[in-house]
Design a protein around this ligand. Structure first.
Ligand code: FES
Length: 150
């Protein structure tokens, strides 16, 4: 466990149970997931039971209890994107990166996920890498898009 790192995160808060979600967000941002040992420290310092922490961590999709890659790839499989080739994009990414949706590459660079509508249906099919949107992301564009993050 990285004690100085978790201490630095917790030092930004007053230490009440109301700080739980922002603390978890900071941990997620820094580690790309919520490590168990760090969560035990959070439970102790914020006086929140582990069951409550796991409840919050599993309720919000922004949190992950398993390590994620440096870059999060989200491919939209909402209705419009599905009809316009979203599945083919997922297959192409999976083939290129050697990973199934829901998993992370062995080098921890990419996590591939499928999501519901990203709210940009006019640009379908849509995918995101981290905070960057890629509209009309046909299979032919996948290599170029991925290259930007390698
Ligand atoms: S269905 Fe993909 S952005 Fe709406």
């Amino acid at each position: 466990m990285d004690q100085p790192r978790i201490d630095a995160i917790l030092s930004r808060y007053e230490g009440s149970s109301a700080d739980l979600i922002p603390v978890l967000q900071d941990i997620q941002d820094q580690y790309n997931y919520l490590p168990k040992d760090e969560l035990k420290v959070v439970a102790e310092r914020l006086h929140v039971p582990m069951t409550q922490i796991y409840s919050v961590a599993t309720f919000f999709k922004m949190f992950s209890l398993i390590p994620k890659g440096k870059h999060q790839i989200k491919v939209c499989l909402g209705t419009t994107c599905h009809l316009r080739g979203g599945v083919k994009i997922v297959e192409s990414l999976g083939h290129r990166l050697g990973v199934e949706p829901g998993y992370t590459t062995k080098d921890m660079k990419f996590t591939l996920e499928t999501v519901g509508c990203l709210g940009s249906c006019a640009q379908a099919p849509v995918m995101m890498i981290d905070d960057k949107y890629f509209g009309r992301a046909g299979v032919d564009k996948v290599p170029k898009i991925i290259k930007q993050f390698k």
